[in-house]
Ligand binder design. Sequence first.
Ligand SMILES: *Cc1c(COP(=O)(O)O)cnc(C)c1O
Length: 403
Amino acid sequence: MRHDAPPRLALDLGAPPPVPEEAIAAAEALLRGGWLHRYGETLGDSSDAARLEEEFAAGLGARYCVGVNSCGSAMFLALYTSGVQPGDRVLMNGFTLSPVPGAIAHAGAQPVVVEVTQDLVIDIEDLARKAEASGARHLLLSHMRGHIADMDRLMALCNERGLTVIEDCAHTMGARWAGHPTGRFGRAGCFSLQSYKHVNAGEGGLLATDDADLAARAILASGSYMLYGQHRARPPEEVFARWKDVTPNFSLRLSNLAAALARPQLRLLAERARVWNDRHARLATLLGAIPGIRLPHRPQQEEHVQSSIQFAVPGLDAEGFRRFLAGCRSRGVFLKWFGAEAAEGYTSAPRHWRFLHESQSPPRTAAVLAQLCDMRIPLTLTEADCATIGLVVGDELAAARTP
Ligand SMILES: *Cc1c(COP(=O)(O)O)cnc(C)c1O
């Protein structure tokens, strides 16, 4: 058999989802009117931001939704309005992105990092131990890269201990556990509209909750001035009356432009989820068949929306990982690795968060992350691209093992 140049992926795995035409048209109409700020003294309650909140709350089955400028801001506001005080301890899982410990730090609190399992979800036994030892009253649970913990067991433990759960759903917009949407288990769910999540508005965040006091405080603190009545998915006036004079304005507002871009994409979410999950399933089959690669186990109750794929390469050392990644990247397959010495791109691990008051790197999480690779799944990835990725990863892993 003649051997041509080794196969190479032509598509950019780092590219964000293109903005659909309806969203471009909505943004253009908004620009022509000039109403880029979501409030106006003579404006009613029909801004794109107010409509997006209403549509998002309805889709999720939540009473209230508050738009802000990022998911990181949504998480900070959820903690703040849930009563986290400076100096408090807040539990979090160790496999996540830096805005999670950042949101806790923003609230003046101290993260307590909980172990994750080989399947990339929070270790519920370690959560019970650390809840007991720390006296924390909040858990900021990150469904990192779309991996959802056993929410039945987790919520049973948290309810028993009186732990309030705030969910980071940056990677689980559209995902469910046993039929219930993520973001609906805890007191509040926080979602991202950043380009690399499930809806590309550039920047933005959504906080969903059924808690009227939390919602009113979040609206006021996000920077609504006295125009909070222009929110549609908001609690009644008497709730605002309790909070409006005692809530500081942190100016974390959602831009109307981001909302105009997000609304049409929200309607495309189910179709996007279908494409992502199809490509993920193909890649999981191909990568899972490569000797030396382990994929996390996915429980049957989990209905994920998988816009990225994670796999472990047990036994490969740091030098091997560097060769493997360099080999894949030279053939267009941009893999990321959570085991790098320094935080890189969007990947970081607990030992990189040196801004924490007490530096913490739980050992089992460090061992899991040291083996873990990560790859984005662009919506434009074709079936043929999946096959190419399988070939490249197989070849380059074999090559990395035999220097
Ligand atoms: C991106 C991300 C966030 C924060 O989202 P922003 O909108 O960028 O603030 C939070 N958690 C995880 C796991 C993320 O990947």
